[in-house]
Design a protein around this ligand. Structure first.
Ligand code: ADE
Length: 227
């Protein structure tokens, strides 16, 4: 997979996408991430990419021209399966979406900034708008990092134990069961007996029952979702 990210704040993305599992995935060439500064496509001598909104109002708006040139140039080099804009008014990101996106080959992500971007970019160039939740961030960079993280870890070969992504919370619309490690007792707090029993069928049944119980208690909405 190749992911191109267009941003006015490249530094904000470098570090979260260059640690631990994602770093290894990049080094192993499972995923290529290229972060582009939109200012590169500005024809303004001050490299400005924002301007005042028509009709007045507070905040600045990302200009259509630099983004148009950026997307046009990158699209001439490869064809993108999705051109994503990160925005609080996009479709809410979830595990099902991450699964679908993880099957794609080339992604282009445009990080929103300022008050927003010129609507013509959204109307003519963007194929998908994604929100990571019902709250407003200062920009779309952290949202892009969240999407990349959730998607990349699903690509085969990224996690050491490939089955571990399959047992994640949400993969079957259930929260994951609790996990424990040594010691078997600490401070009088005991690990559930069944996990020490060595009886795999009982352990699997316990985990399934715990998943269901947790989901009922903490996220009953998941049990009624069809996705
Ligand atoms: N940009 C600002 N807030 C956002 C959000 N919640 N999701 C995606 N992009 C955003």
């Amino acid at each position: 997979m190749r992911i191109d990210i267009l941003t006015v704040l490249p530094a904000l993305l470098e570090s979260p996408l260059n640690e631990s599992i994602l770093k290894r995935a990049r080094e192993n060439k499972v995923v290529e991430i290229v972060i582009h500064d939109i200012r590169k496509w500005s024809n303004n001598k001050h490299r400005r990419v924002d301007d005042y909104p028509y009709g007045g109002g507070s905040g600045m708006v990302m200009m259509v021209e630099p983004v148009f040139h950026a997307i046009t140039e990158l699209s001439s080099e490869r064809s993108y399966d999705m051109i994503i804009y990160t925005s609080p008014d996009g479709e809410r990101f979830n595990q099902a979406m991450a699964n679908k996106i993880s099957l794609k080959k080339n992604l282009l992500i445009l990080c929103g900034h300022y008050k927003g971007i010129d609507q013509r970019i959204r109307d003519h160039l963007i194929t998908h708008e994604i929100s990571i939740g019902d709250y407003v961030l200062t920009g779309g960079e952290l949202a892009a990092a969240v999407i990349c993280d959730a998607v990349i870890r699903l690509i085969p070969g990224v996690l050491n134990d490939e089955t571990s992504a399959l047992s994640d919370s949400f993969q079957d619309n259930l929260l994951a069961p609790p996990v424990y490690t040594r010691p078997a007792e600490f401070n009088g707090w005991k690990v559930p007996e069944v996990l020490l029993s060595g009886h795999q069928a009982n352990i699997d049944a316990w985990r399934q029952q715990q998943s269901l119980e947790r989901t009922h208690r903490l996220r009953p909405d998941l049990l009624t979702e069809n996705d």
